[in-house]
Design a protein around this ligand. Structure first.
Ligand code: SAM
Length: 273
């Protein structure tokens, strides 16, 4: 694939995390991962000069591509040609009102994200109350590994993503797939909506995350202490709630599974009612 960045005479901006995909095979695998079917609505975050966008536009019914850097937009338009199913939105993807943009339509989201906005962008998307079918993200390998982690290596990020969906690390992306080359490895991750989980989760997200955030407030400390301090409940009550759901009070937050967090927050909500 021609290096579109050079063709258009673009100077990649490090401050905007601009490492553009130049490997055709990897680009295709990322787009394949979204499982787009005819008529599907797709949002791309950070289209750059359109490596993913061109393929997405061929497969999607409608595509909205959100790019912050105004200087890339003429090149992007040129790459896409006269496609009537694509809308380029010049905006900060962290500030977009996704509910208004999607109007209740199911959507697939694809993004090769700048490293510095990864966690923030994931949070914005997951908490946006839109009907996403899957989110395919190319991120720093280490972040992808943290997101798909299992006990005893859980983190607030892993729990947050796994609460909303099922993340899978699909494949690694070497630095040579980008121009300019980043200094670290990347990976493509797909978060699929876990419909079965939604039916069983009967605790509100806000209440759930109050417990999880308190639990992780002091990494590597016992969960009993973190919860008691963070939530302002006595150690005795905290221990009773933990024992009620079969969690030893001396355990650390990193060792709890998603279902244990759900049970814990549920039991905690019942006690404080
Ligand atoms: N998708 C292209 C590709 O794979 O070649 C570009 C990927 S590059 C890693 C990230 C892109 O996100 C850049 O085009 C950058 O300008 C854009 N970007 C950075 N911050 C953004 C934000 N807050 N909202 C929307 N786009 C952003």
């Amino acid at each position: 694939m021609a290096n579109r960045v050079k063709v258009h005479g673009i100077q990649p901006r490090k401050s905007l995390g601009q490492n553009f995909l130049i490997d055709e095979g990897i680009t295709r695998r990322i787009v394949d991962a979204a499982g787009i079917e005819p008529g599907d609505f797709v949002i791309e975050i950070g289209p750059g000069v359109g490596a993913l966008t061109r393929l997405l536009a061929e497969r999607a019914g409608d595509l909205v591509a959100i790019e912050l850097d105004q200087t890339l937009i003429p090149a992007l338009q040129e790459e896409l040609g006269e496609r009537s199913n694509v809308r380029i939105l010049h905006a900060d993807a962290l500030e977009v009102d996704y509910a208004a943009l999607t109007q209740g339509r199911p959507v697939r989201i694809v993004a090769n994200l700048p490293y510095y906005i990864t966690s923030h962008a994931i949070r914005v998307l997951l908490e946006s109350h839109i009907h996403w079918r899957c989110i395919v993200l190319t991120v720093q390998l280490e972040v992808a590994q943290r997101i798909v982690a299992k006990p005893p290596d859980m983190s607030l990020l892993a729990i947050s993503v796994q609460y909303y969906g099922k993340p899978e690390l699909l494949f690694r992306v070497p630095p040579g797939a980008f121009y300019p080359q980043p200094s670290i490895d990347s990976a493509t991750l797909r978060i699929s909506r876990d419909e079965s989980l939604e039916e069983t989760v009967d605790i509100a997200a806000a209440a759930f995350f109050r417990w999880v955030k308190a639990g992780f407030s002091q990494p590597r400390k016992q969960i009993r202490n973190n919860l008691s301090t963070g939530l302002g409940i006595t150690r005795g009550v905290t221990e009773d709630i933990l024992r009620k759901v079969g969690i030893t009070p001396e355990r650390r937050a990193e060792t709890l599974s998603l279902s244990e967090w759900l049970a814990l927050a549920q039991a905690g909500a019942e006690v404080s009612e």
